[in-house]
Design a protein around this ligand. Structure first.
Ligand SMILES: Nc1nc2c(ncn2[C@@H]2O[C@H](COP(=O)(O)OP(=O)(O)OP(=O)(O)O)[C@@H](O)[C@H]2O)c(=O)[nH]1
Ligand SMILES: [Mg+2]
Length: 425
């Protein structure tokens, strides 16, 4: 952003009774990072605990006036609110604060728009943005027409909005078709892959946990140093999923996929739009859940990850849990983490510590479904080789007088099926 004047922004956080305060304040701190990532310069903040959210003004009248005065004093023409606003609230706040009002969803959508680089990513972000805009367009018009009312409200103003609405709807349909087409292509690729079945591991976790750095480390171990993905100290550095074939300790390999990070209050419109990217998660045989050892609100982040997994219906997939960035931990912190939850592995994508253990843990999970087997095929049955290759991952193949000896990674079902054929032992 150097050389560009950053937009001065005032942040607003409202804590209604009944919501967990720790969770809310963590999410408000995160709003500051999000605002920064989006390119804003945060100049101040206003917060209020309220009985319940005001349907018109979000918070109390006095507090809105205080925010208006603060925005004026600090020269903030942008106000960022840590809530999803209704169209009426947005309109009201824009008027009373005399500033552009951006809610949390719109802020996240904005970051996603800046980050989308692939065709699929761009289509998905635009779809999410338009789905966000559509009800707001009619909403603000409704608010406007109620205010003006009566004769004349069916004039060009309404026609223009109706025209825009239809235009946006057409564009949404077009985007959905485009995404569907890409989804079908992805499905074809997946099916092709599953013909020679390969176990899949999805690296998941809160944004900035180090998922992409981990995939890069694994790719380097696999001798694919040239195929690095983008990793940075940013929220949502990754939007698109990337897969790499990674060798496992006992031979064979699995496909590891890095995907978009989760965040608290992840807009549902985004989850819906990103369904096809996130499908890589739902199709995985194993999840590698990476946590950030330095996250100030680890427990909240964990809960968010659980909630998003539930929403994706991926919460039943077996999981390896690991705390990343162990290189930055002192001995006492390590001990505390271990005592707290002995099942979590300590790893560092940066130094390589614990990576082998994480791979082995993933492999153990995969081995529930994917067996490592030796198979001997009599020479006269070598016609079956094609089928063996179709239904399993062949790790090695040797021939001697007695026949062909193969080492396979194969699902229990396929193994049972193969064993039923004659000439196999
Ligand atoms: N010290 C240390 N830093 C790490 C480690 N792993 C990742 N990082 C840093 O953490 C930041 C985020 O890493 P990424 O790999 O981009 O994180 P991500 O989970 O892919 O994040 P998003 O794509 O934004 O969701 C980067 O600055 C990394 O250099 C680690 O093991 N140790
Ligand atoms: Mg990433």
């Amino acid at each position: 952003m150097s050389g560009v004047e950053r937009e001065a922004a005032l942040l607003i956080g409202v804590y209604p009774r009944g919501r967990e305060l720790a969770l809310e304040s963590a999410s408000f701190e995160e709003l500051e990072r999000l605002a920064d990532t989006a390119g804003a310069r945060v100049v101040g903040s206003v917060t209020q605990r309220v009985e319940r959210l005001n349907p018109r003004s979000l918070m109390g009248k006095g507090k809105v006036e205080e925010a208006a005065a603060a925005a004026k004093r600090l020269g903030a023409k942008t106000v960022i609110v840590n809530e999803d606003l209704s169209p009426a609230q947005q309109l009201h706040l824009e008027k009373t604060l005399d500033a552009k009002v951006v809610d949390r969803t719109r802020l996240i959508l904005d970051i996603f728009a800046q980050r989308a680089h692939t065709k699929e990513g761009e289509l998905q972000v635009e779809l999410a943005q338009l789905s966000y805009m559509l009800p707001r367009l009619t909403g603000s018009w409704r608010a406007f027409s109620q205010q003006v009312g009566g004769i004349g409200t069916r004039g060009p103003g309404e026609r223009k909005i109706e025209y825009e609405r239809r235009h946006i709807q057409r564009r949404i349909d077009h985007l959905k078709r485009g995404i569907e087409k890409l989804e079908q292509e992805r499905e074809v690729r997946r099916r092709k892959r599953s013909r020679v079945p390969v176990p899949g591991v999805a690296i998941i976790g809160y944004t900035n946990a180090g998922k992409s750095t981990l995939l890069n480390r694994l790719a380097r171990l696999a001798g694919k140093a040239d195929k690095q993905v983008y990793a940075d100290d940013l929220l949502f550095a990754t939007l698109d999923s990337t897969s790499r074939r990674i060798p496992l300790p006992d031979g064979g390999w699995a496909v590891f996929t890095d995907t978009v990070g989760f965040i608290s209050k992840l807009p549902t419109s985004l989850i819906a739009a990103f369904k096809s990217t996130l499908e890589e998660v739902t199709h995985a045989d194993c999840l590698l859940h990476l946590e950030d050892a330095l996250a100030p609100h680890a427990e909240q982040q964990r809960r968010t990850v659980e909630a998003v997994l539930r929403e994706l219906e991926a919460d039943r997939i077996p999981r390896v849990r690991a705390v990343n960035k162990a290189d930055l931990l002192g001995e006492s912190e390590r001990l505390a983490l271990r005592a707290n939850d002995p099942d979590r592995l300590l790893v560092s994508a940066k130094s390589g510590e614990g990576i082998e253990d994480a791979l082995r843990a993933a492999q153990n999970i995969l081995n529930d479904r994917w067996l490592l087997r030796e198979l001997r095929l009599a020479h006269e049955r070598s016609g079956l080789l094609d089928e063996v290759y179709r239904v399993s991952q062949v790790l090695s193949q040797k021939a001697d007088d007695a026949g062909i000896l193969l080492t396979l990674r194969i699902t229990g079902e396929n193994w049972a099926r193969l064993r039923k054929r004659g000439g196999i032992c």
